[in-house]
Design a protein around this ligand. Structure first.
Ligand code: HDE
Length: 696
């Protein structure tokens, strides 16, 4: 009965006219056809609802239980499916099947996330981004659960609950949401010098990415590759976005959160839906024990990087995200990443953070997904053959047959047995000795030298942004002693940084906090950690927001569009009314967005194309004035049509026109403008002290 077609139901067609369509029977969760989905069962027309109404109860019961606990951290996330293709075989270094042959393709599911905010928070929080990848390999699932910053706040899993309590909303008041700019966070990190390196990355623009598509990813910990003969090679994992790394500036992030709190997820959805599949190269740093021993820090310490200049990256594969989820809950919400999910050829190190994570992730799935059978959910299920003697539990979906549910046995001829040998899940035969102890090793004691290296490796513009971020965050801290303690820590990183932050806070410069070991000054810079030094010089995948009015010159819009398309970018038409405008040729020009809902912070570059009357109209509109002033102050390239004078005058920018501004009066200027946009931002405009080229 349930799958029979109901003969006809009335629905409302696109034109608002009711029409007849065939439909499947609507059923209860138990499959019984529902007779009435509008009215509950009552005693009499205006009488009480009857407890007997199991159809109503079934519907409300399902609704009441739609939510599962959100993740304690990384609650706000967004996922997509894709494929990983091996581009360089690692046979000899690892037996991992996915790296076994060039061209081998492995399905993946990726979930990006922020850390601190709740599931309903906004995308552009200043925060670390999760970059978690589940590889459905032929030898089981491998979860590489990484971040977009290569180091972490803490060295030992014991401190993780404290870190998370400190950064998330205060327990008494339930706020602030999705931000580190408050007392408890800075109180904690200022008391924990090992977090200093991470806070520098967090105060850099890395923590406000332009989109998931334009950010790097890192495995953070040192892992092992295991070869057929059992030999181990240390490995660090890096994801490099093919379109380059890019971030927004802080004022922009603040405004994006209001204009489009879903900015990052929308960007990913739009890119994949339009066939512009985001891609990342997977690169590895491979090194042996002798190299590890020669490094001036411990490779088990997750607050350190292995500089790319010391151990170069080798690209071994490419990740392409080519499919959006069909259902956000079933896939993105229910995906269960577990760091302990590794496959033959990959191994752990004794990094005490990683060791703790290997317990935590499995444990967390029990309270989130309700039982041990979460591995059967489609997004979590391995795609390779599975055979085991586990059974039962909440929500068992498999229906195993037969009598034998134990091993060893003599009865299940051909039943599952251990696999040994090189292709098995092996553990590196690392000798372990020592006294049981709770101790932080001396080799973890240097908390400042790499923080200094990171600071010294930034361009001047990046340093300006880091200083501004510390000043912003610490200005939100109410307790002066916390601010002082934090600046004392920064004194160990760089006097200049500390004094600029102190000046920004309006406080005297404190003495450096005591450092456990002397800060090294001999560590070479690592240009690889600077985003601006490695800027991609491409505008591909980016957007120009073109603000137009009636009377706009169509030829200029066409020129802009065609040059943007040639660069792999797109133009979004923003108009005072969503119905569009009438161009100079009398024809209509459709709008993609209405001005109040599409401020320039949503675009990578801005163009303003008006008629003379249109410029007068825009000059009177605060949203239009913000469109241009924000684009200008966020160091964006701006193309300005020849009639825009009234608008420029009203915004006070008329005398500020610089080399990042293009007088858009011809097709040739449209070409020059799009070509310049490949620099992504015109930094000299906002660099403190004027033109401030990257320092080498
Ligand atoms: Fe996580 N982390 N974490 N973490 N983490 C979780 O697992 C935890 C750490 C990371 O999109 C939780 O399923 C501990 C480092 C990502 O679903 C939880 C420690 C790194 C995600 C958990 C760490 C991460 C999580 C919450 C210190 C970067 C989101 C829900 C010992 C290398 C995965 C869940 C997704 C999620 C615990 C430290 C990245 C509570 C105990 C370091 C990307 O189990």
């Amino acid at each position: 009965m349930a799958d029979e077609q109901i003969e006809a139901v009335t629905a409302v067609g696109q034109g608002g006219e009711p029409h007849q369509v065939a439909a499947e029977a609507l059923t209860t969760s138990q499959g019984a056809p529902v007779p009435d989905n509008q009215n509950s069962l009552r005693a009499g027309e205006r009488g009480p609802t009857l407890l007997e109404d199991f159809v109503l109860r079934d519907k409300i019961f399902r609704f009441d239980h739609e939510r599962i606990p959100e993740r304690v951290v990384h609650a706000r996330g967004y996922g997509a499916h894709g494929v990983f293709e091996c581009t360089r075989s690692l046979t000899g270094v690892t037996v991992a099947d996915l790296f076994g042959a060039v061209g081998r393709r492995t399905e993946v599911f990726v979930r990006f996330s922020t850390v601190a905010g709740r599931a309903g928070s906004f995308d552009l929080a200043r925060d670390v981004r999760g970059f978690a990848v589940k590889f459905y390999t032929r030898e089981g699932n491998w979860d590489l659960v990484g971040n977009n910053i290569p180091v972490f706040f803490i060295q030992d899993a014991m401190k993780f609950p404290d870190l998370v309590h400190a950064v998330k909303e205060d327990p008494d008041r339930g706020f602030p949401q999705a931000q580190s700019a408050h007392d408890t966070y800075w109180d904690f990190v200022s008391c924990l010098p090992e977090s200093t390196h991470m806070t520098l990355w967090q105060m850099s623009d890395r923590a406000i990415p332009r989109s998931f598509r334009f950010m790097e990813g890192f495995g953070v910990h040192t892992f092992r590759f295991l070869a057929e003969d059992g030999a181990s090679t240390y490995v660090k994992f890096h994801w490099k976005p093919v379109l380059g790394c890019q971030s927004v500036v802080w004022d922009e992030a603040v405004k994006i959160n209001g204009a489009d709190p879903d900015f990052h997820r929308r960007d990913l959805w739009n890119a994949i839906s339009s066939g512009e599949y985001p891609q990342w190269d997977l690169a590895v740093q491979l090194f042996d024990q002798a190299t590890a021993d020669a490094l001036p820090f411990d490779v088990l310490d997750p607050t350190k990087i292995v500089p790319e200049e010391t151990v170069p990256l080798q690209v071994v594969g490419r990740l392409t995200l080519d499919r959006t989820v069909d259902n956000d809950f079933a896939e993105t919400e229910q995906v269960a990443f577990c760091t302990q999910n590794i496959v033959p050829g990959i191994g752990f190190t004794d990094d005490p953070l990683l060791q703790g994570r290997n317990f935590s992730y499995l444990d967390t799935q029990l309270s989130r997904l309700g039982g041990p059978n979460f591995t059967q959910l489609p997004v979590n299920s391995a795609r390779c053959p599975m055979a085991f003697f586990h059974q039962d539990g909440h929500m068992q979906h498999d229906v195993p047959s037969g009598q034998i549910n134990y091993e060893p046995n003599s009865s299940d001829h051909g039943g599952p047995r251990e696999r040994t040998g090189a292709k098995a899940l092996t553990t590196f035969a690392e000798p372990v000795t020592g006294t049981k102890t709770r101790l932080r090793p001396d080799s973890f004691a240097d908390h400042y030298s790499q923080a200094k290296m990171f600071w010294d490796s930034q361009t001047a513009v990046e340093q300006d942004h880091i200083v501004a971020a510390y000043v912003f965050e610490l200005s939100k801290v109410g307790e002066p002693a916390i601010r002082t303690r934090m600046v004392s820590n920064l004194m160990n990183v760089d006097d200049g940084l500390a004094s600029r932050v102190a000046a920004g806070l309006g406080m005297p410069l404190p003495a450096p906090s005591p450092a456990a070991v002397p800060v090294r000054t001999d560590i070479p810079r690592s240009p690889a950690v600077s985003m601006m030094r490695n800027a991609p010089r491409t505008f591909a995948g980016r957007t120009v927001g073109a603000l137009v009015t009636d009377g706009v010159e169509r030829s200029l819009v066409d020129a802009l569009r065609s040059h943007a398309a040639d660069a792999g970018a797109s133009v979004v038409i923003v108009a005072p009314r969503v119905g569009g405008v009438v161009a100079d040729d009398g024809g209509s020009l459709g709008a993609d967005a209405q001005l109040a809902g599409a401020p320039s912070v949503l675009f990578d570059a801005a163009a303003i194309l008006t008629s003379a009357a249109g410029a007068e109209e825009l000059a009177a509109d605060p949203a239009a004035r913000d469109f241009i002033t924000d684009a200008f102050h966020h160091s964006k390239f701006v193309a300005i049509g020849e009639h825009c004078g009234p608008l420029l005058r009203r915004t006070g920018l008329v005398d500020s026109v610089d080399d990042g501004c293009f007088p858009l009066d011809s097709e040739r200027v449209a070409a020059d403008f799009i070509e310049a946009c490949a620099d992504l931002r015109y930094w000299p405009r906002t660099a403190i002290g004027g033109h401030n080229p990257p320092k080498e």
